[in-house]
Design a protein around this ligand. Structure first.
Ligand code: NAG
Ligand code: NAG
Ligand code: NAG
Ligand code: NAG
Ligand code: NAG
Ligand code: NAG
Ligand code: NAG
Ligand code: NAG
Ligand code: NAG
Length: 852
């Protein structure tokens, strides 16, 4: 193309008429001008033409380069060559493609008419546009170090470069952290905040060219690993160790065993988590105890740290022997245990809660505990010393091996040997035998080891079952001798039991005694007699030092019988309450007594004749107060006693069935009155009594209800049979302070609806009563008048008058409202019999007259 242009030029130039003959000879360079500026990469042709009158006189027309060397190349493939035209009259310098190297002053020279030297020159300047020589768009800096953001630009003329960070201009002069130079922007001591997009902007004023380049600068942080404390892992278990390393970009981790330089990521038992830095040991082995290196690496650098992994081992008792030693010896038990760290050892007797303390025991300095640890071998030996072994030291002991991982236990025992003794059976009673009943001589020897037992009788060894009278069972440590004397008195004697073991022997004498029936009973006295029962006081045989008495037998018959053969018999166990029942009233009986033991029944004695009293009213019932009977025979106490009810409005009475004195009890009569203590004496309020309440004989309880709170009641209870009423059992009961009372007392302004109803009903009742009273007074009509009439017209009971019944007795006079309506008649009936009660003590006959 360039060549083409050149030809066109030549053609044009060749036909131009040469009309400058008058001018001085010179050389003309086209394009004209002292300087030619041309962008690189373009082609350029410099044409040198002599301007002379006679061009034929021109010789040596040539181009010289900036170093004044003649350019001779005519090869059109060269970057720079010459070409002649018009019969050598024009010389053209051709740059096929301009580069910076070609910049400089080029001179065209020629000789004219042999004497004149013609010279012309022109300076070629190359222009270079803005080009990015070294300005990568992604760059990486490392925190803490200086970093130059590379932006190397090539341009001619020189450009002006300025910088922006994340779109904002950096004032380099303003800051001492930035320095700019040809290669770029130097950032001193890079910080994490320097991360960002930097814009390198170049401007060439002369050409007005402007170019920008965005450079992403990433600040990287080399791995940082926290120094690690030694890690403790337990043998046999899984362990996980974290290498706490950070960096930007996040580092990759490696674990290396220091000693062997093994990379653990390829070892089976280990797992290395490349991203988190975790090292997992799947089953810790004893030999894993070592130093390990954690290596963290990222593009910014590499870091490593050393960590000690301590392998702990659970303690294990591997030796703890049982020992057997004689009493009084000095001995020790040894317990050996392994573990890492070497465990502490202590001992505990299995029966105790606390282990022994190190050194001598404060309460028993005979026993001393100690242990020695060998940390290197991971072994501890514990010793429990016994000085003068005692029998109480015998037993199971636990060896306790403890380190910070775990505690291990193992049992072992100390067997304390001791010579035979008979301590346990020392106080056994003598052995008895009679007739064909054999004596069982038991000999139990305590000892360790077990003793063998031999028996001696009259100084002779009982070898085997050598007589028919003696049989032997067992050789030890327990042996029985069964002796059957068959009335041969020689066998009632002392037997010798000899127990022997390797530490010694001991002898125990056991006496076989002949047992007999008990002696006669010493003394019998009737304690209390009712119409049908007798309670005896019996004092057994006196100087009997034999078999225990089992029972007492009584025989009894009516006085008319002449032989004991037909007598009735009753057997009490010894020391029972000797009560005989179901006797016939008014009958006369003969009694005799005998004691019995395992041998048989003793002689008869204590003969008695007793006439049974006649039938009478029942005995006084006994009230149970707070679940207990009051002291026997303390009726006075009961009457004077005030018991507390747990409730404000009711009280449950309870009593025991009294003796019926020959006639069955058919009912109980209950009555209670409000009572008050005035000057230390109880005064019943006659107007506030209940009626007589009849409770069936099947019951021994009665619940008093609708009582007033905080009030004392006198309660009377009588038992009734066909003959009459018993004397009254009395108690005083105080009801609890009730809630109701408080409600009535405090005049609470907020009255409940129930209260309102109560008040209304009360008011109506009061009005009715007032009307009634008015009627009574004025007209002698109404309920009050009726009651008044009835009371005054009631005939006086003859029987009562006869018996001189106390007029004040509430039973009669103030019965206003019998609680059990049905019982009113019965009440009257019982009143008839009342006062005919005849005896309270057996034997004393008081009865006035009998219905029977
Ligand atoms: C840069 O800072 C210097 C000194 O503080 C100040 O004179 C100059 O005007 C600032 N240039 C720009 C472009 O803000
Ligand atoms: C490794 O990390 C530690 C702690 O983070 C740091 O002090 C040390 O300079 C780092 N070493 C290298 C070589 O980066
Ligand atoms: C690593 O170190 C950091 C910074 O102290 C802490 O917050 C993090 O809990 C550590 N991680 C582990 C697994 O120890
Ligand atoms: C100790 O005796 C117990 C039973 O009394 C037994 O189980 C244990 O094996 C014995 N120990 C040794 C070490 O013989
Ligand atoms: C072991 O005994 C020593 C004293 O003898 C005591 O300081 C230590 O705490 C004990 N170690 C354990 C694990 O009980
Ligand atoms: C002898 O008495 C013992 C208990 O002391 C008993 O175990 C044993 O069986 C008795 N022997 C005979 C033959 O009765
Ligand atoms: C010792 O005697 C007891 C009781 O008879 C028995 O149980 C035990 O097995 C005996 N011991 C030996 C070692 O014979
Ligand atoms: C004595 O005789 C009894 C039974 O007749 C028998 O069981 C026992 O073993 C005998 N004793 C000896 C020491 O032979
Ligand atoms: C019987 O009672 C008396 C006195 O209370 C007492 O000494 C004796 O040991 C008792 N006997 C029996 C076999 O309970």
């Amino acid at each position: 193309m360039i060549r083409w242009l050149v030809y066109i030029c030549f053609v044009l130039i060749g036909y131009m008429p040469i009309t400058f003959a008058a001018d001085p000879p010179r050389l003309e360079i086209q394009p004209e001008g002292a300087t030619i500026e041309k962008s690189v990469d373009l082609g350029l042709a410099l044409i040198c033409t002599p301007k002379v009158e006679n061009p034929n006189l021109i010789t040596q027309l040539e181009w010289r380069d900036p170093r004044n060397r003649r350019i001779e190349t005519t090869d059109s493939r060269a970057p720079l060559y010459i070409q002649r035209a018009y019969g050598e009259m024009t010389i053209v310098l051709i740059f096929t493609k301009l580069t910076e190297n070609f910049a400089g002053k080029y001179t065209c020279a020629a000789n004219y008419a042999t004497s004149e030297q013609l010279v012309a020159s022109t300076t070629v300047k190359t222009i270079i546009g803005i080009t990015w020589v070294n300005a990568p768009e992604s760059q990486y800096s490392i925190v803490g170090r200086d970093y130059k953001v590379k932006c190397e630009i090539k341009a001619n003329p020189e450009p002006i470069v300025n910088w922006l960070k994340d779109g904002e201009e950096i004032n380099v002069t303003n800051s001492n952290r930035y320095i700019t130079d040809q290669q770029g922007l130097l950032i001193k001591k890079v910080r994490e905040s320097d991360d960002g997009v930097y814009t390198c902007r170049a401007v060439v004023f002369k050409t007005g060219q402007i170019e920008t380049r965005n450079i992403r600068v990433e600040v990287q942080i080399p791995p940082q690993i926290k120094p690690m404390q030694p890690v403790e892992v337990v043998e046999g278990e899984e362990a996980s160790i974290i290498c706490n390393g950070t960096g930007k970009p996040p580092p990759a981790f490696k674990w290396i065993k220091e000693k062997t330089r093994e990379d653990l990521s390829v070892v089976d038992r280990f797992t290395v988590k490349k991203n988190t830095g975790a090292l997992v040991i799947h089953r810790v082995e004893f030999n894993d105890d070592s130093f390990y290196k954690c290596v963290a690496e990222n593009t910014a650098g590499i870091n490593e740290t050393l960590v000690k992994i301590n392998v702990l081992v659970k303690p294990k008792v591997y030796e703890f022997w049982n020992i057997t030693e004689p009493v009084g010896s000095t001995t020790k038990i040894i317990c050996k245990a392994q573990g890492r760290p070497a465990p502490n050892i202590s001992f505990r007797k299995l029966t105790k809660t606390d282990p022994f303390t190190d050194g001598p025991q404060p309460y028993d300095p005979r026993i001393k505990q100690e242990f020695t640890r060998n940390e290197e071998k991971g072994e501890t030996i514990g010793i429990l010393h016994f000085n003068k072994l005692r029998r109480t030291d015998d037993g199971l002991y636990v060896c306790i091996a403890e380190n910070k991982v775990e505690t291990a236990y193992k049992n072992g025992h100390i067997t304390v040997e001791f010579p035979p003794s008979f301590e346990v059976t020392e106080n056994y009673p003598p052995v008895w035998s009679w007739e064909n009943h054999p004596g069982n001589l038991t000999c139990i020897a305590e000892s360790i080891p077990n003793a063998t037992i031999q028996w001696k009788f009259n100084g002779i060894h009982i070898e085997d079952n050598n007589t028919q009278n003696i049989q032997r069972y067992g050789n030890g440590p327990i042996s029985y001798l069964i002796v059957t004397p068959y009335n041969d008195h020689r066998f009632y004697s002392q037997y010798e039991c000899i127990a022997t073991n390797k530490l010694g022997s001991a002898t125990k004498f056991i006496e076989l005694r002949k047992a007999t029936v008990p002696d006669n009973i010493q003394h019998v006295r009737p304690e209390s007699v009712t119409a049908t029962t007798i309670k005896f006081n019996i004092v057994g045989p006196s100087n009997f030092r034999g078999l225990p008495i089992r029972s007492i037998t009584v025989q009894y018959q009516t006085e008319r019988a002449h032989t004991w053969a037909t007598a009735k018999e009753h057997i009490w166990s010894y020391n029972a309450t000797y009560i005989l029942e179901n006797l016939v009233p008014e009958q006369v009986y003969n009694f005799r007594f005998a004691a019995r033991n395992d041998v048989g029944i003793g002689g008869w004695s204590g003969d008695q004749q007793i006439q049974m009293p006649r039938r009478s009213v029942p005995a006084e019932p006994k009230l149970i107060i707070d679940g207990q009977l009051p002291d026997v025979g303390s009726n006075y106490v009961a009457a004077d006693l005030v018991t507390e009810s747990h409730y404000a409005d009711h009280y449950k009475m309870q009593w025991t069935v009294p003796n019926d004195n020959g006639d069955p009890i058919d009912s109980y009569i209950i009555r209670y009155c409000v009572t008050q203590r005035v000057n230390g004496l109880w005064r019943d309020s006659e107007s506030e009594c209940s009626g007589e309440i009849i409770q069936s004989y099947q019951h021994t309880t009665y619940e008093m209800s609708d009582l007033r709170p905080d009030t004392t009641y006198k309660v009377e209870l009588r038992a009734h049979n066909a003959i009459g009423l018993s004397s009254p059992a009395e108690i005083r009961v105080r009801t609890a302070r009730g809630l109701n009372a408080i409600v009535y007392e405090t005049e609470d302004p907020t009255i409940s609806s129930a209260t309102i109803i109560g008040i209304v009903v009360g008011a109506i009742l009061l009005a009715l009563i007032l009307i009634d009273i008015l009627c009574c007074c004025v007209n002698h009509a109404g309920i009050i008048a009726l009651i008044y009439d009835q009371v005054h017209s009631k005939p006086v009971d003859d029987e009562d008058a006869k018996l001189g019944r106390d007029e004040k007795e509430p039973l009669k006079s103030n019965v206003q409202e019998p609680i059990i309506v049905n019982g009113v008649d019965k009440c009257n009936m019982s009143v008839e019999y009342d006062g005919k009660q005849v005896y309270t003590k057996p034997g004393e006959i008081i009865g006035k007259h009998s219905v029977v």
